[in-house]
Design a protein around this ligand. Structure first.
Ligand SMILES: Nc1ncnc2c1ncn2[C@@H]1O[C@H](COP(=O)(O)OP(=O)(O)OP(=O)(O)O)[C@@H](O)[C@H]1O
Length: 621
C-alpha cells in the first residue's frame, strides 16, 4: 500500500471516529487495509497471535457503525464469550461514541444472538411447545446437568449385553436427524463405534423430540432447532438475512460445524460474512470444534483472504518460538523490543523443587521490574496447577526486604544452621535479581554463571560480615524506620558492588530500586520481618482461561507425567505434526507473554534438553 493511500484512509477514519491521527498512524498497512476493506464481500481476516485483531475489529466495526445508513438492518458482531463481547463493545464505544448493541446492531455471543433472534421468538412454531402462562421460551439445560426430571427423557442403548441409559442432554443430533454424537467421550463411543439400529435411531429421535417439545434444549439442540427453522421457513430466512446483512465473527476458529451451517444458510441469502481469527488458536476440541472446517468453508466459498502477519505483543524470540511450535515457516515480525537477553527459558524441576517454581518465577519477574498482576503461571490442566496454588508457609520478600532478612538471619544472636543457609539464600537472591537480571542457579544461593559454588558462598559471607553497621535495625536505642535506614543501605552497596564479577547491571543502573517499600517510610525496618507476604502471589490458571490475553511473563508448567492428556511438554512439541490440539494449546500459552516465557519441565534427558535449546530456549539450571 502506498503511503499516500494509508494517509487517505486514516484521514477518512479520523473524521468518522474518535481517534487521533497519531493513534491511527500506528496501524500497519495490513490493519488499515482491513478496516477500509469493503463489507460487501465475505472475508476472512487471518491473523497471527498478537496481530492486533481485537484492536482492528473494534475500529472496523466502529467505522461501519458510524457510516451505517440502513435503518432496518444492522451489523451482527459475534464473539464466543461475554467478556470478549464486552471488551469489543468498549472499543466500539470508545471509537464510535455509541454501543454496538444500539439498534439496529447487535454485539454478543453466538448463543445470545441465535437465542434472541431465532430460538426464543420462533422455535415454538416448529417444536409445537405449548408454553407456560403464555411464555413459549425454551429453557436451556446444560449437557452435564443431572436433575431428576431428566430421567423422563432417557433412552437405553444396549452394548456388550449391558443396557446404558442416556439422557436427552447427553447427546445431540444433526438437523436432519441422521447423525448422533455426544460431547461425553464414553457416550460418543457408544453412539459412533458401531452403526445404530433403526430402532435405536427412532428411540433417540423420539426422546429428543419429547425433550424439546416439553420446552427444553441444550445449546446444541438450540442450534439444531435454529437450523431447522431457517431451513423450514423461507420467510424467516429472508427476514433474518435482511435484519443482519453483515455478520462479523470474532475468533472464528471457535465456530462449530453446526454454527457454520447456520451462517451458510444466511450467506446463501446474501449475507456477507466477515470471519476474524487465528486457526492455530482453536482449543475447543471438547466441543468438537475442528478449525479445519472453518478453513475448508472459507476456501470453498472463496472468501477474500486478508492477513495480519505482524506480532505487536511479544519480543522476537517469543514470537519465533511460538511459531516453531505450530510449524510456521514464514517469519512473523515482532514489534516489541526485548527487555531481557534471555526471554525464553527452560527450568527443570524434581519432586522437591516443584514447589519452589513460583518463588523462582517471582525472582525473575522482580529482576525485570515486571508487575506480578500481569504475569501468570499456566498449565494445561488443573491437576498441575493445584499443588502450586496451595503452597504456603515460606516467606517472600521484596528486594530491600530480602537484604533485611539476610542480615537479620546472619546476625541474630540465636543463629542456627538454617539461619545461616537462609542468610546466604536471601542475599544471593538479592544480588542475583539486581546484579544479574535474575539469572542464577536457585539451588545454589542464586549463583550466577561467573562464580563457582564455593566462590559465590564466600563472597556472600564476606559481604554479610561487612554489613555490621547496618545491624541491628536500631538508632540511638530506638527501632530505625525505613526512611532512615535506606540511605545507609544506599551508601553501603556501592562499596561492594565491584565484587559482583560478570554482573549485567552497574549499581547506578539499579540504584532507584533501592527504595523505601511503598507506604512504609515511617514504619520500623524490623516490622518487615513480620509482615512478609505468603507466596504464591501469581495468578495460577489454565491455558484456556488466558486465551486472548496479553501478559508480561508466563511460566508454563509441564505435567510431570507423560501420560497426562496433553499436559506434558513432549505433547506440545511434535515434529511434523502440527495439527493436534495439544500443539494449539502450547501455541496459545507461548504467545501470551510480551517479555518472558519460561517452560518448567520434569528432569529431561540430554536429547530432550537439546531439542528445547535448539528451539531457542536457554536452559537455566
Ligand atoms: N499497530 C499496532 N501498533 C502497536 N501496537 C499494536 C498495534 N496493533 C495492536 N497492538 C497491540 O498489540 C497487542 C496485541 O493485540 P491484540 O490483543 O489485539 O492481538 P490479537 O490479534 O487479538 O492476539 P491473540 O489472538 O493472540 O489474542 C495489544 O497490546 C495491542 O494494543
Amino acid at each position: 500500500m502506498k503511503k499516500n493511500k494509508k494517509l487517505t484512509i486514516i484521514g477518512k477514519l479520523s473524521e468518522k471516529l474518535k481517534c487521533s491521527l497519531e493513534e491511527l498512524n500506528k496501524l500497519s498497512e495490513q490493519q488499515t487495509n482491513y478496516i477500509n476493506y469493503r463489507t460487501s464481500q465475505s472475508t476472512f481476516l487471518e491473523a497471527c497471535a498478537g496481530g492486533g485483531k481485537t484492536e482492528v475489529i473494534g475500529l472496523k466495526t466502529a467505522y461501519e457503525i458510524k457510516r451505517w445508513v440502513n435503518p432496518n438492518g444492522g451489523l451482527a458482531i459475534i464473539t464466543f464469550t461475554n467478556s470478549a463481547a464486552n471488551e469489543l463493545d468498549n472499543r466500539v464505544k470508545k471509537y464510535a461514541g455509541i454501543s454496538a448493541s444500539l439498534f439496529p446492531h447487535f454485539i454478543g455471543t453466538f448463543d445470545s444472538w441465535l437465542h434472541s433472534y431465532l430460538l426464543q421468538p420462533f422455535s415454538h412454531y416448529l417444536t409445537r411447545y405449548a408454553g407456560k402462562d403464555g411464555d413459549k421460551s425454551i429453557r436451556i439445560i446444560l449437557e452435564d446437568k443431572h436433575a431428576g426430571f431428566l430421567t423422563n427423557y432417557t433412552v437405553n442403548l444396549t452394548r456388550g449385553g449391558q443396557s446404558r441409559p442416556i439422557r436427552a442432554t447427553q447427546y445431540y443430533c444433526s438437523p436432519n436427524w441422521d447423525n448422533f454424537d455426544s460431547f461425553d467421550e464414553d457416550i460418543s463411543r457408544l453412539l459412533t463405534s458401531q452403526p445404530l439400529t433403526r430402532g435405536e435411531i427412532a428411540s433417540l429421535i423420539a426422546n429428543k423430540k419429547k425433550f424439546i417439545t416439553a420446552g427444553f434444549a441444550t445449546y446444541s439442540d438450540a442450534e439444531m432447532v435454529c437450523h431447522q427453522l431457517l431451513s423450514a421457513y423461507p420467510d424467516l430466512r429472508e427476514k433474518i438475512s435482511a435484519r443482519f446483512p453483515i455478520i462479523f465473527i470474532d475468533e472464528c476458529q471457535d465456530l462449530s460445524h453446526s454454527q457454520i451451517e447456520i451462517l451458510n444458510i444466511l450467506k446463501s441469502r446474501g449475507v456477507h460474512l466477515h470471519f476474524i481469527g487465528d486457526l492455530h488458536q482453536a482449543i475447543y476440541d471438547f466441543r468438537k470444534v475442528d478449525p479445519s472446517e472453518t478453513r475448508k468453508y472459507v476456501d470453498e466459498h472463496q472468501f477474500v483472504n486478508l492477513k495480519l502477519t505482524n506480532n505487536y505483543r511479544s519480543c522476537q524470540q517469543i514470537v519465533d518460538i511460538s511459531n516453531t511450535v505450530i510449524g510456521q515457516r514464514i517469519r512473523v515480525n515482532a514489534n516489541l523490543t526485548a527487555i531481557s537477553q534471555t526471554p525464553c527459558i527452560i527450568w527443570q524441576y524434581d519432586d522437591t523443587s516443584f514447589s519452589q517454581l513460583p518463588t523462582r518465577f517471582d525472582n525473575l519477574v522482580a529482576a525485570h521490574d515486571l508487575s506480578i498482576d500481569k504475569c501468570a503461571i499456566l498449565a494445561r490442566g488443573k491437576s498441575t496447577i493445584s499443588p502450586l496454588k496451595s503452597q504456603s508457609g515460606k516467606k517472600d520478600y521484596s528486594k530491600v526486604e530480602l537484604f533485611v532478612a539476610a542480615i537479620e538471619s546472619w546476625y541474630k544472636p540465636s543463629r542456627n544452621a538454617t539461619d545461616l543457609m537462609n542468610a546466604l539464600e536471601y542475599l544471593g537472591r538479592f544480588f542475583c535479581m539486581l546484579g544479574y537480571d535474575g539469572n542464577g542457579s536457585f539451588r545454589e544461593q542464586y549463583r550466577p554463571d561467573s562464580f563457582n559454588n564455593i566462590q559465590w558462598r564466600q563472597l556472600l559471607k564476606k559481604i554479610l560480615c561487612q554489613c555490621v553497621d547496618l545491624y541491628p535495625f536500631e538508632e540511638n536505642g530506638n527501632d530505625i524506620n525505613w526512611n532512615s535506614w535506606i540511605p545507609k543501605l544506599k551508601t553501603f552497596l556501592p562499596t561492594v558492588w565491584h565484587e559482583l564479577r560478570g554482573r549485567t547491571k552497574e549499581f547506578a543502573q539499579i540504584a532507584r530500586k533501592i527504595r523505601v517499600p511503598n507506604g512504609e517510610g515511617n514504619n520500623s525496618v524490623k516490622s518487615a520481618l513480620q509482615n512478609a507476604v505468603i507466596e504464591n502471589r501469581f495468578r495460577t490458571t489454565t491455558i484456556h482461561s488466558v486465551k486472548g490475553e496479553t501478559l508480561d511473563a508466563v511460566l508454563l508448567v509441564s505435567h510431570k507425567n507423560r501420560l497426562s492428556k496433553g499436559g506434558h511438554f513432549s505433547h506440545w512439541l511434535r515434529d511434523g505434526n502440527h495439527e493436534e490440539e495439544h500443539i494449539r494449546f502450547a501455541y496459545v500459552a507461548c504467545s501470551r507473554p510480551k517479555h518472558l516465557l519460561v517452560i518448567a519441565t520434569p528432569v529431561l534427558s540430554q536429547d530432550e534438553l537439546n531439542r528445547l535449546i535448539n528451539l531457542g530456549f536457554i536452559y537455566q539450571p
